[in-house]
Design a protein around this ligand. Structure first.
Ligand SMILES: [Zn+2]
Length: 323
């Protein structure tokens, strides 16, 4: 029996299958049949299998959706079966009471929130907040200056004002007035700063002549009125209207605005003080690392000596131990 045929004796179909499979060697009819059955599997059975899998997937999806819907309807059915209600019996002459519309009322103060329960502000509230435990850090234009904080208010006092260690009394009077009027606690974030702590808290050139060093400046906010700093500014101005010492003196009672101070809100100024409002993103030096807007009061005129209050190196450094 002849199993092999020469290439030129092959049927056209044989040549075709041979070329499809990339096999140039001659092959028999048995191989041809094998190839044909494999092709039937490839061409007919596989598409059929794919279609079946798709249909099964679709059926599974429909079953899932249908079951979840059935579950919901079943829950609703159980809920209705278990619902209990009561009939409300009414008389024919019943009247409905109308409810008064609600109006916001200020919260009554707690006993400890009154003015009498707040500590009276004294010069001790203004003490320097420097601390020897604060870590030194590198600053300066060339990053070559190592700054140390001061040793704290236990090692130095206040500047000499009117012959004794003090801060300017008008600052104390104004802050006590704010506490009295608002019945809320004044938080002094920065009162007096000794020169080392002044540099440590804010090493910029603009801060070199800060009046914090001579007890003529204070930064503060009012607890509970953090977002109402403008109202606090109004209270400060009201002090000059109500205080008998300034009665009918327009130089003190009238405040003017001025520009070019470097803060978003133009400051207010009368003959004696300057009021600056620092917004949340402004004036964040070492002593004012809190999230609230704060107010700064600077003294610009001394009513006792009748002189302008200006930064002075002697005033700032007097009484401090030499390092
Ligand atoms: Zn200090």
């Amino acid at each position: 029996m002849k199993h092999w045929m020469a290439p030129d004796q092959r049927k056209p179909d044989d040549r075709k299958w041979g070329s499809i499979r990339g096999n140039t060697a001659p092959f028999s009819r048995v191989d041809f049949r094998r190839c044909r059955s494999a092709e039937i599997v490839h061409c007919i059975f596989r598409p059929f299998l794919r279609r079946t899998i798709r249909k099964l997937g679709l059926i599974a999806l429909l079953l899932f959706v249908g079951c979840s819907g059935m579950e919901k309807s079943e829950k609703e059915k159980i809920r209705r079966q278990n619902c209990k209600g009561e009939l409300i019996y009414r008389n024919c002459n019943e009247e409905l009471y109308s409810i008064a519309s609600l109006t916001p009322q200020p919260r009554p103060r707690y006993p400890w929130e009154g003015e009498n329960h707040l500590p009276r502000i004294t010069k001790d509230f203004f003490r320097c907040k420097g601390n020897v435990l604060n870590s030194p850090y590198v600053a300066g234009e060339n990053q070559a200056e190592l700054l140390h904080d001061c040793e704290g208010s236990g090692r130095h006092g206040f500047p000499i004002i009117h012959g004794k260690e003090n801060v300017y009394p008008i600052l104390i009077d104004l802050l006590n007035y704010v506490q009295k009027k608002t019945a809320k606690r004044v938080i002094i974030t920065c009162g007096h700063r000794c020169p080392p702590h002044n540099t440590y808290a804010d090493p910029t050139k603009e801060n070199l002549a800060s009046k914090h060093q001579i007890g003529a400046e204070v930064d503060f906010y009012v607890q509970g009125m953090e977002d109402y700093a403008l109202e606090v500014v109004g209270t400060l101005m009201q002090y000059y209207q109500e205080s008998p010492a300034y009665a009918k003196d327009k130089d003190y009672q009238e405040f003017k605005r001025f520009t070019g101070s470097g803060v978003e809100t133009d400051p207010w100024m009368n003959k004696e003080i300057v009021i600056k409002l620092y917004e949340r993103e402004e004036g964040r030096d070492g002593d004012n690392r809190h999230p609230h807007p704060y107010i700064s009061i600077q003294v610009r005129y001394d009513r006792v000596t009748k002189e302008k209050v200006l930064y002075n190196w002697q005033k700032a450094h007097k009484g401090y131990p030499k390092s």
